[in-house]
Design a protein around this ligand. Structure first.
Ligand SMILES: Nc1ncnc2c1ncn2[C@@H]1O[C@H](COP(=O)(O)OP(=O)(O)OP(=O)(O)O)[C@@H](O)[C@H]1O
Ligand SMILES: [Mg+2]
Length: 380
C-alpha cells in the first residue's frame, strides 16, 4: 500500500482549556499547531542472535501541541517500538526524535554528561504502561512520588505534588493504600498520576486500557481527554482498538510493518477517499443489488445534510437513487454522517452525477474505484 501523506492543517476547533486550581502547568493550546513530537526517518532494527528485525522503517511522525494522537496497527506493526524510541527507552538505529523542541537523539549521543541531560528531558515526557508498572511494596502516594525522588525534589514538595496529582485523577482517598488493594482502573489512575509528576509536556501511553474492561476503559479515556483539555497536555497513545481512536483522538496514524501508511486529523482522514482508517473508524454497510450499479459512499461533517442533495441529484439527472445504508456518529468529537447510495449504471455512466455530489462539498468514495476498503467490522 502506498503512503498517503495528508495536508498539515491547524487544530480542530475545540473548547478552550479550563484552568485546574492549584495545578502549575496549565497553559493554552498552541493555536499555531506547533509540532511537539517529531520523528524523522526513525528506524529501529533489532539484532539478536544473528537475526535482524526491522521494527521501524523510516517513520515520520508529527504530533501537534495539545492534540490527542492515536497510533493504531496490528500486533508486531512496531507501535511499542515507536513509543519506546520516542522517549529513548530504546535507542533508534537511525533518524531523529524531537520532543518539545529538544533533539533527544542528539542528547543521547553526547558522551557521559548526556545521561543526566537525557534523564531531565525524559522527565518532561510522561509514560503510561499497559500493566501499570507500580511498585507493590510502596503505597500509592510513594509510587507517585518516585519520579520526584529521582529528580531530587524535597520531601515536603513531593508529598504536596503527589497528593495534588492523586486528587486530579480522582484517588485522593487512596494515598495510603497499596497497589494490591486497588482495581485495575485505579491502578492505571495511579500510573497516570505518576506519569504527570514531572509536569510533562507530553504523555505517551502504550495500550493503557487494554488490560481493562470496557467501562473502566471509558473512564480512563475520559480522564486522558480531561487532562489533555485541562492541562493542555499532548497525548500520544498506542492502541489496537479502533474505539479508542474514535472516542478521544484528534488525529490518528495507521502503522503496518514498521511504517506509517496513513495519517492525519480525523477530519482529514474521513475526507480521504479509500482511507482504511476512515472506513474502520466509521464503517458504513449495504450490499449492491446488481452488477451494473455504481455504489458511492457519501461522507459529510458538521451541519451539512445529504438528504436534500440526494433528492436534487435525483431530480437533476432524472435517476433513481437507492440508499443502501446510512449512519450518523461522533468521531473524534465531530458529528459525521455517512450514506452508501447506489446509482443505476456503471461508473463511466455516472461521472457527471458524482461530480455534482463532489461540487456540493461532500466527500465521495466510489467503491471499486479506490484502494480496497477494510471489510465491515474488521479488526485491526
Ligand atoms: N527487544 C526486541 N528484540 C528483538 N525484536 C523485537 C524486540 N522488540 C520488538 N521486536 C520485534 O519488532 C517488531 C515490532 O514489535 P513491537 O513490539 O514494536 O510491535 P507492536 O506493534 O507494539 O505489537 P503489539 O500490538 O503486539 O504490542 C516485532 O516483529 C517484534 O517481534
Ligand atoms: Mg506493543
Amino acid at each position: 500500500m502506498s503512503v498517503r501523506p495528508l495536508p498539515y492543517v491547524t487544530l480542530l476547533p475545540r473548547a478552550p482549556p479550563s484552568p485546574v486550581p492549584g495545578h502549575t502547568h496549565a497553559h493554552a493550546l498552541d493555536s499555531d499547531g506547533n509540532p511537539v513530537i517529531t520523528t524523522s526517518g526513525l528506524t529501529k532494527v533489532y539484532r539478536s542472535r544473528g537475526r535482524e528485525v526491522t521494527a521501524l522503517d523510516g517513520v515520520d511522525l508529527h504530533v501537534r501541541e495539545g492534540e490527542v494522537y492515536g497510533v493504531i496497527g496490528q500486533s508486531g506493526a512496531g507501535k511499542s517500538s515507536l513509543i519506546r524510541c520516542i522517549n529513548l527507552l530504546e535507542r533508534p538505529t537511525s533518524g531523529t526524535v524531537t520532543v518539545a523542541g529538544q533533539d533527544l537523539t542528539a542528547l543521547a549521543g553526547r558522551g557521559p554528561r548526556a545521561g543526566r541531560e537525557l534523564r531531565r528531558a525524559r522527565s518532561r515526557i510522561g509514560m503510561v504502561f499497559q500493566h501499570f508498572n507500580l511498585l507493590s511494596s510502596r503505597t500509592v502516594q510513594d509510587n507517585v512520588e518516585l519520579p520526584l525522588e529521582i529528580l531530587g525534589t524535597s520531601g515536603k514538595e513531593r508529598s504536596r505534588k503527589a497528593l495534588e496529582l492523586l486528587d486530579l485523577v480522582g484517588l485522593a482517598d487512596k494515598a495510603k493504600a497499596y497497589p494490591a488493594q486497588l482495581s485495575g482502573g485505579q491502578k492505571q489512575r495511579v500510573g497516570i498520576a505518576r506519569a504527570l509528576a514531572g509536569d510533562p509536556k507530553v504523555l505517551l501511553s502504550d495500550e493503557a486500557t487494554s488490560a481493562l474492561d470496557p467501562e473502566t476503559t471509558r473512564s480512563i479515556l475520559q480522564l486522558l481527554r480531561d487532562l489533555n483539555r485541562q492541562l493542555g497536555l499532548t497525548v500520544l497513545l498506542i492502541t489496537h482498538e479502533m474505539d479508542v481512536v474514535k472516542s478521544i483522538c484528534d488525529s490518528a496514524a495507521l502503522m503496518e510493518q514498521g511504517r506509517i501508511v496513513e495519517s492525519g486529523t480525523v477530519s482529514e482522514l474521513l475526507a480521504t477517499p479509500g482511507s482504511e482508517l476512515a472506513s474502520a473508524l466509521f464503517p458504513v454497510s449495504g450490499e449492491t443489488s446488481a452488477d451494473d450499479r455504481t455504489v458511492v459512499d457519501v461522507t459529510f461533517q458538521g451541519e451539512a445534510a445529504t438528504q436534500p442533495v440526494i433528492s436534487r441529484l435525483s431530480r437533476t439527472y432524472n435517476i433513481d437513487i437507492s440508499i443502501l445504508g446510512a449512519a450518523i456518529d461522533t468521531v473524534g468529537g465531530l458529528q459525521v454522517g455517512r450514506m452508501r447510495i447506489e446509482l443505476p449504471g456503471r461508473y463511466e455512466d455516472n461521472v457527471v452525477p458524482i461530480g455534482f455530489l463532489r461540487e456540493q462539498g461532500l466527500h465521495i468514495d466510489v467503491l471499486g474505484q479506490e484502494p480496497v476498503l477494510l471489510k465491515e467490522g474488521a479488526q485491526l
